[in-house]
Design a protein. Structure first.
Length: 376
């Protein structure tokens, strides 16, 4: 029986993780749950899975309501009763507990993009030092991870990340200037949280995935490419030096990569069988990315190649810009503009400490918010 802590249990990935656990009674023990401010949902989860510990933004005063012991999120991640930590929090909130889990020798199943975008060099170095595995939950990185089983990284020619193209794949730049948050949140193939759904619409998520892939698989940035694949059946591909290509295919359902991470190194019978009927799938098509209409991908790659604190600034500025867009304080195309202006003002640190990364994150948020105030 695997003993789990789920960080971000009330979010999209956290809820789907609990669906997978529910499908395998007796195979997992939920030791701890960490949610946000949705106390009513967290109460239901605690009642069902009966963890000994919990964390919530509302603090220790929730102990009476939840009938479990309150610990900080870092304490949960490092708790001796925990074997596997699922990091499904959003934004920079996942960085501290990820490092706490690694330093305590826990296996980490990572669904938080910002952890490796902000501090990939530090996180992967700590994982090597403590001999800890980081198991990817993102569908794209799970696909690459599965394709690389039994293969040598020295034989990789390219990693090819697929992108659905989001809800605005066919829109002109003029049309993009008019889209609303409601439009951006209507993703054609995936059900995700609001932040990652907007990032999918701008293709910032794919830029962040380039950075993640670099740190997860040790592949140089020039060997990581992105291609639009609207059907979301091929979740990513690996091309090898002999010209052969491996791809992982399945219907778009995040519960599959979650199950892959939870059951590793084994494969269990599908919790939610959804076999691909290729006679009905029809055409699998591919397109190149238009960087003029979707400049966030270019900005992410530039930040990745600059390295140091630039990716942390990219991530923080994007988080602010998406928040402002969702509040209808800026337009869709302003997301990339605000991120680019923030990056232009940054003087990077080449091999930053954790403190320097956190300082860069704070600086970027302040600059991004000041930038929007300066427009009024």
């Amino acid at each position: 029986m695997k003993r789990l802590a789920i960080l971000g249990s009330t979010g999209s990935i956290g809820r789907q993780t609990l669906e997978v656990i529910r499908a395998f009674p007796g195979r997992f023990k939920v030791v701890a749950l960490a949610g946000g401010s949705n106390l009513s949902l967290l109460k239901k989860q605690v009642s069902e899975f009966k963890p000994g510990f919990f964390c919530t933004e509302l603090g220790a005063e929730s102990e009476r309501v939840l009938k479990a012991s309150y610990l900080s999120i870092d304490e949960i991640a490092a708790h001796p009763d925990v074997e596997l930590v699922v990091v499904a929090t959003a934004g920079k909130a996942g960085l501290g507990p990820t490092l706490a889990a690694i330093r305590a020798g826990k296996t980490v199943a990572l669904a938080n993009k910002e952890v490796l975008v902000m501090a990939g060099e530090i996180v992967t170095a700590e994982a090597r030092r403590h001999k800890v595995e980081i198991l990817p939950i993102d569908s794209e990185h799970s696909a690459i991870w599965q394709c690389l089983r039994g293969e040598s990284n020295k034989e990789i020619a390219r990693l090819i990340l697929t992108a659905s193209g989001g809800p605005f794949r066919a829109k002109t730049k003029k049309q993009l200037a008019e889209v609303t948050p409601e439009d951006a949140l209507r993703h054609p193939t995936w059900q995700m949280g609001t932040k990652v759904t907007v990032d999918s619409a701008t293709l910032m998520n794919k830029g962040m995935e380039i950075i993640e892939a670099h740190w997860l698989f040790g592949v140089p940035f020039p060997k990581i490419e992105v291609v639009i694949h609207p059907q979301s059946i091929i979740h990513s591909m690996v091309e090898f030096v002999d010209g052969s290509v491996k791809a992982q295919l399945s219907l778009p359902d995040m519960r599959l990569p979650i199950q892959c991470a939870l059951t590793y190194p084994e494969r269990w019978q599908a919790a939610f069988p959804q076999n691909v009927d290729f006679s009905k799938v029809g055409l699998l098509s591919f397109e190149s990315v238009d960087l003029d209409r979707f400049p966030c991908l270019r900005l992410a790659r530039e930040a990745a190649e600059r390295g140091g604190t630039y990716p942390a600034v990219l991530s923080a500025a994007d988080e602010v810009a998406v928040e402002l867009f969702l509040k209808k304080k800026i337009g869709f195309l302003d997301i990339a503009r605000l991120v680019e202006r923030t990056l232009e003002r940054h003087n990077g640190v080449r091999h930053p400490s954790l403190e320097e990364i956190i300082a860069a994150d704070k600086w970027a948020r302040e600059v991004a918010r000041a930038g929007i105030r300066g427009r009024r």
